[in-house]
Write a protein that binds this ligand. Structure first.
Ligand code: FES
Length: 163
């Protein structure tokens, strides 16, 4: 990973890509989603502050654990003056995301445990197939899949999808 001399305060997109490990296209995407920002030179080229390195590292770390970009953007936007997240910010935010990760891990574990039933089947039934109905939207009405009995009831008048 190339080092950027300390005296350089702004990075080109290529430098940011090389230093962060994120593809240039990913950096453009992050910018389009409001996760990082740049200024434009007189030649209309992007320049990123050195803080962008930490923001990109933050975004990529959060993405690796499955946090949606919208959630990451919301977290970044809540920082005072949209400053770059520091160590304490990461510790606090990652703690709040833990329960969501635990929920997903639990759900993935259920999907993994029941995938065997689906291999070679192909029915994709909402009543019996955990892949078709992973959130078990009918579970609490005791119709359809009962793999996740704690799932919420669909709103009145909404029966959800039919098998
Ligand atoms: S595809 Fe038939 S049970 Fe999942």
């Amino acid at each position: 990973m190339p080092q950027i001399p300390e005296k350089i305060h702004e990075l080109t997109v290529g430098q940011l890509s090389a230093r962060s490990g994120a593809a240039v296209s990913a950096l453009h995407f992050y910018e389009a989603k409001g996760l990082i920002s740049s200024r434009r030179t007189s030649g209309n080229q992007r320049r990123y502050s050195r803080d962008a390195l930490r923001r990109v590292a933050f975004v990529r770390a959060a993405q690796r654990v499955g946090i949606p970009l919208a959630t990451i953007r919301d977290a970044l936007s809540e920082l005072p003056e949209e400053r770059t997240p520091n160590r304490e910010d990461w510790a606090r935010l990652s703690e709040t995301w833990r329960s969501e990760l635990d929920r997903r891990i639990h759900q993935l574990g259920r999907l993994r445990d029941h995938l065997t039933d689906c291999i070679g089947c192909g029915c994709l039934s909402l009543e019996t197939c955990v892949l078709s109905n992973p959130d078990d939207v009918f579970g609490d009405r005791l119709t359809g899949s009962r793999l996740l009995p704690g799932s919420p009831t669909p709103p009145p008048g909404e029966d959800g999808p039919t098998p």
